[in-house]
Design a protein around this ligand. Sequence first.
Ligand code: PAF
Length: 283
Amino acid sequence: MTAPILRRLADLRARTAEWKRAGEVIGVVPTMGALHAGHLSLVEAACAACDRVIVTIFVNPRQFNNPEDLASYPRTEHEDAQKLAAHAVDAIYVPDPEEIYPPGFATTVSVEGLTDVMEGAFRPGHFDGVATVCAKLFLQTAADRAFFGEKDFQQLKVVRRMAADLDIPVEIVGRPTVREASGLALSSRNLRLSPDGRERAARLHAVMQEVAAELAGGKPLDGLVATAHERLREAGFAEIEYLELRAEEDLAPLVRPDRPARLFAAAWMDGVRLIDNIPVPAS
Ligand code: PAF
């Protein structure tokens, strides 16, 4: 059955207040829509772990550092609602913009440190937008648990830090990246790739796996980056913004995976910016 689409905060609050009174656990899956199997795996995890599930759909202008990216971001509300109909979702919250940013809105939530690198460095202001909207969505939905994909691992860390620092009583649950058979990480932005670009984009994951295997075998990252860049360029990636090994705990840069670590990358294919990350076994 299709869950009700709620656009007003008052309507959402009327429902969550009832659920809270009944002692039910509320889960939220924050999204910007254009739902794919990765989002739906989060929805499934939320349904398994919570009594009530809210999926939010809001293309948050404040997290886009590039106006063209915002303008071309896919908006597919009708299809999204249809996809969610197959899941036990209780409400789809598609807030009117003024429910998130009312006139005069003047507050920004900014997380220090974790946001200085990678996505934070290449997309100025991005994480302020993410942290601000997530803080609002957590408070508006009164969720006990919020579900995020590890595909945006840095985002997961930033949101977890923000919720802890602001004493927002929500547990942040991270879930594994869902991939196509080719290895390409699912992303709403993949919709903008040509069929050929989509095939070539899968090389990102393959090259990252090759680098991870060399790292696990004891080679330091410095000796591997140039070859990896070359392979990505051969695959058709126009620009490689970063390929970095970082500690899972605090995203500190590493040369070797001498503690739980991940390899992170961002690169452009067909004018589409793709990011990915994979865990690297300790060497
Ligand atoms: O990952 C996303 O889709 C967005 O960054 C999020 C968490 C929904 C905030 O707008």
